[in-house]
Design a protein around this ligand. Sequence first.
Ligand SMILES: C[S@@+](CC[C@H](N)C(=O)[O-])C[C@H]1O[C@@H](n2cnc3c(N)ncnc32)[C@H](O)[C@@H]1O
Length: 187
Amino acid sequence: VRLELPGLDVELATDRGVFSPERIDPGTRILLGELDAALSGLDEGAVVVDVGCGYGPIACAVALRHPGARVVAVDPNPRARALCAANAARLGLEVRVVAPEEVDDGLRAAVVVSNPPIRVGKAALQELLATWLDRLEPHGRAYLVVARHKGSDSLAAWMSGRGHPVRRVRSRKGYRVLEVGPALSGS
Ligand SMILES: C[S@@+](CC[C@H](N)C(=O)[O-])C[C@H]1O[C@@H](n2cnc3c(N)ncnc32)[C@H](O)[C@@H]1O
């Protein structure tokens, strides 16, 4: 599939058995439209994590857009990890591709970007997001794209209830991009 962003036009390999193999998912596309804003002002060496990388459109776009970032791509699907790693390597990008259980508990992220796996169900999704939101640096931010009909608003309400500042930065074609900060202390 072709990944086109302003000033960027690359091809990524996909395959059956991974998410959205025929085209860049429309939600992912909308999230990528917010990438430059999400990555602006990042320090050299800042850790950016793509949670649920699939074949790697977000992780590769981050590494292309912000070569100074340390990009970590996480997915439990071995086929997705292999494709993501191969796509990054072919583009000459340094992306660390890992399974969730390989993530060091001490890892802290300046930015988490994710088109999260809604299909795992509400409880598993909340557990996954709680894990990663708790790994944000104090000034870190997560950018999540969720379709409205797949519960973006209730997810936003759940994160707010957990003490996270949540801001809707984009609402387009039925998708919301949510910017989420670490839980405020005392909540
Ligand atoms: C909606 S897809 C997004 C894939 C890719 N980022 C894209 O935009 O095309 C969500 C991904 O999350 C992965 N996933 C499922 N459970 C996960 C978990 N516990 N931790 C990280 N990723 C997970 C799925 O395998 C899937 O590749």
